[in-house]
Design a protein around this ligand. Structure first.
Ligand code: PRX
Length: 659
């Protein structure tokens, strides 16, 4: 079925009756009642939820502090500890022997860790970190593979009030160094190597390289988890093995009670300008929303086996691997590797083997697995027993109706609702998503905001737009899990997310959206800034351009996105060299060199799929690059826009032909 057919069909999938019967939010009346409760007494609504769901060492007395808006604070005079809420609270509830994590390694080895085991590991590591002098407020960079130890490292930081900043293991030494410097880390936690698709890839060596790039003098220790036992360089003074550090540590560790707004983590993400921004999240408000969205969106129940396939290097891995499921006392699957190794049936095999009940993945993965299943019937989901599944989720990018239908039919057996969850690094957790026991589903729409989330669509002046008219997606009221600031740059925070044009108090998501005329359902229409979304990974065009122009061959570069069947968007770079425009084999050779260069500068995920060389770039008379024209060229479409303001219109033909 093509996208067009699905749209024309506009089928609606009501929640299955059996699902609705036991769901946390059952039926639209229950949803509407919660929304009405939030509208009637906004602070009271959140305060009640925060009291009911979190363990407070000292209760809060203030709810929302708007005195320094938009630097909002939530529940800030309350004291709590995130790790205590995730581990100790569940053990006290009698879940000590329950499996917290089912870990499956790249080669298929499975390790199960109970809540009691996890508590002991976290405490030992937290004590180990304390013994190295790490204390509340210190920043710790985590550059680790998907592993139990990765989760332990994050939870251990939380336990002692250290703020972690996880850097995805696919980022380059340079990207890692920039983050270490910006966040002011004093300690780095890494592994000797990581394993992906049967290959051993370096981590420790990249940390060494990053620290050697300069300005990292504050990093006094590097703790190394031994994943592969590969031969890695070791600095006898600076480096320590994780297993040696924890060997003699006690399995109890008094948590550091922190104020609710204490920064739990800083996670870097791309914006439209400048270097990646350190999105600072809180402890109390963040954890509250991680828990509530587990309840509301995923309808988590005690017997569920929850599987989020994200990496802990992204926000999805933070909220729906390290914090949300554990705070709910759930059993979750954590996997190392890639969905296509040992073959593209890995996800289906793991669901079958571990009897996953809730499966949460990205549209890119679904699209690539559709292709793989079409090519090899032996790894089609219908060859596996997926009957344990009761709910599916999608995250990170728009899911096209065709992929939605395939997911619904072939993975969910037409029985599992799909939660198409729209959210962002900055929002901490889901914002707009169907509720599986309430919301009738429409493929391709993330449907309605969660209760308490005041999402709206406005024009450039901040005026509300009627349903049916596309505009800018905003959130009109602060919510507990929202970004608190950009680390070290409150001005940039205000300008990026609370622009004066919108009144300075409305959160600007950076996406366009439209609401259906009849249902009011939201559809996200894509970023309104220069941010690309490639395979669900967020990247700023400017970052990639800066990487390209840092190459000695390159004079100028402009990067745009173009639609891609598998990755959603693909990176297309237009490049002017300092020497004559290359053609033929030479062009291919230099393009390859530049792609590898970008991988080295940022990471393989930022490699342009396509590089086109020109004598120049299309510019206005004032010298501004006309990216909208480049977008049209990248798509292979005819230019119908006005090009009269262009200084060098002839360049368009050259770029159209250049490959
Ligand atoms: O453009 C939206 C898209 O991903 C962006 C956020 O990316 P990031 O901060 O990396 O977080 C990804 C994981 C939450 C958004 O601004 N996006 C995310 N989810 C969806 C989406 N676009 C459409 N539908 C979604 N469900």
């Amino acid at each position: 079925m093509s996208d067009q057919e699905v749209k024309a069909e506009s089928r609606v999938f009501p929640p299955p009756a059996a699902f609705a019967a036991t769901a946390a939010i059952s039926g639209m009346d229950a949803y509407n009642a919660l929304c009405a409760e939030a509208a009637a007494d906004y602070e009271g609504f959140w305060a009640k939820l925060a009291r009911e769901n979190l363990h407070w060492h000292k209760p809060f007395t203030t709810i929302l502090d708007e005195s320094n808006a938009p630097l909002y604070k939530w529940f800030d005079d309350g004291l709590l500890n995130v790790s205590y809420n995730c581990l100790d609270v569940n053990i006290q509830k009698g879940l000590g022997d329950k499996t917290a994590i089912i870990f499956e390694a790249d080669g298929g080895d499975v390790t199960k860790v109970s809540y009691q085991d996890l508590h002991a590991k976290v405490c030992q590591f937290a004590n180990g970190l304390r013994s190295l002098g790490v204390k509340k407020g210190d920043r710790v960079v985590i550059y680790m593979p998907m592993s139990v130890e990765g989760v332990v490292a994050m939870q251990a930081c939380a336990r002692i009030g250290a703020t972690h900043s996880v850097v995805f293991g696919g980022f380059s030494a340079k990207s890692l160094q920039e983050r270490i410097v910006d966040v002011g880390a004093t300690l780095v936690i890494t592994a000797d190597e990581q394993v992906r698709g049967g290959k051993q890839l370096p981590l420790k060596a990249i940390v060494d390289e990053a620290l050697g790039l300069g300005d990292c003098e504050k990093v006094s220790k590097v703790v190394v988890y031994k994943r592969t036992g590969g031969n890695v360089p070791f600095d006898a003074v600076r480096d320590l093995w994780m297993h040696e550090l924890v060997a003699d540590q006690a399995t109890q560790c008094e948590p550091e009670w922190v104020n609710a707004d204490h920064p739990l983590f800083i996670l870097y993400t791309s914006g439209s300008t400048g270097k990646p921004k350190g999105v600072q999240h809180s402890s109390g408000g963040y954890l509250l929303w991680a828990m509530l969205t587990m309840k509301w969106t995923f309808d988590i129940k005690p017997n569920d086996v929850f599987w989020c396939t994200a990496d802990i290097g992204w926000v999805t891995g933070h909220t729906y691997i390290t914090y949300g499921p554990l705070a709910m006392g759930s059993t979750e699957i954590v996997f190392e590797g890639v969905p296509t190794y040992p073959n593209a049936g890995r996800f289906w095999d793991m669901i079958q083997k571990h009897k996953a009940t809730i499966f949460y993945t990205a549209p890119t993965a679904i699209r690539s697995l559709i292709k793989a299943a079409d090519g090899d019937p032996a790894i089609h989901p219908n060859k596996y027993d997926l009957s344990s599944l009761r709910l599916l989720g999608s995250v990170g990018e728009p899911i096209n109706p065709e992929a939605w239908m395939w997911y619904y039919k072939n993975v969910g057996g037409e029985r599992c609702p799909i939660a198409d969850t729209f959210w962002q690094t900055e929002t901490g957790g889901h914002m707009i998503t169907p509720l599986p026991g309430a919301t009738p589903l429409v493929p391709g729409s993330c449907t309605l905001p969660l209760p308490g989330i005041m999402a709206a669509i406005v024009d450039e002046t901040g005026a509300d737009l009627p349903n049916g008219q596309g505009g800018i997606l905003v959130v009109k009221r602060p919510w507990p899990s929202m970004i608190r600031t950009i680390w070290g740059d409150a001005d940039r925070f205000k300008k990026s997310y609370f622009p004066e044009e919108l009144g300075g108090k409305t959160y600007l998501a950076g996406d366009g959206a439209i609401r259906n005329k009849d249902t009011g359902y939201f559809t996200i229409t894509g970023r309104i800034d220069d941010v690309l979304n490639v395979s669900g990974h967020r990247m700023g065009t400017m970052e990639i351009e800066s990487a390209l122009v840092a190459n000695p061959l390159v004079a100028e570069a402009a990067v745009v996105g173009k639609p891609d069947d598998t990755t959603g968007e693909a990176i297309c770079a237009f490049v002017v060299l300092k020497r004559a425009r290359p053609t033929g084999e030479e062009a291919k050779q230099i393009a390859l060199e530049l792609r590898n260069w970008v991988a080295k500068e940022i990471g393989p995920i930022a490699k342009p799929k396509e590089i086109r060389f020109g004598d120049n770039l299309p510019k206005t008379r004032s010298g501004k690059i006309m990216r909208r024209l480049l977008r049209v060229i990248a798509k292979g479409e005819e230019i119908t826009q006005d090009v009269s303001t262009l200084e060098n219109p002839a360049i368009l033909d050259q770029l159209k032909q250049a490959q």
